[in-house]
Design a binder for this molecule. Sequence first.
Ligand code: GLN
Length: 199
Amino acid sequence: MKIGVLALQGDFAAHAAALQQAAWGNSMPVEVVEVRRTAGLAGLGGLVLPGGESTTLLNLMEDEPWFDRLREFHRSGGAILGTCAGAILLSREVTNPDQPSLGFIDATIERNGFGRQVDSFETELRVDIPGGKMTAVFIRAPRFRRLSGEVEVLGSWQGEPVLVREGNAIACTFHPELTGDVRLHAFFLGVVQDNGRWR
Ligand code: GLN
């Protein structure tokens, strides 16, 4: 069973470590691989799009037809977890400023939506994942401004959605890879498993 972490830019190493820890903790036979070329998507059950800088990611993705390959991956049932900049990539509409995105989650997301005054902060979230509240680190985080009825809210902060899911695509506006709490990564592995892409 292979799970990939997009390793073009950003916080991919911490995600790989969190996935591995979640797999060991749940006795799941998982191989975590760093994905730098579209060919690396072959055979993956799930893929993590890490945080970083979404414009930089988009620039780096111009070298290969990443959007086409990721759309095929998604259409064929591959699960995707996008965190922070990754959540921006997964949303249908991006503002501040507008930029291209994959649109697997029918949402509008505003980049740096908490403003410059609140660059980064850490807080406790209510999440629909067993184990109680989750500590979340927000770093120049985007903010969901609209969600369609198809999008399920799995976590919120002060009444705002910060962890959402549409089918096999999960997006969070915080950094779950930085706290040592790997429940979201374990949840993601469970989604991949339920998908039948566990091979
Ligand atoms: N502000 C970044 C962006 O717009 C996201 C920040 C992050 O991933 N920590 O892409």
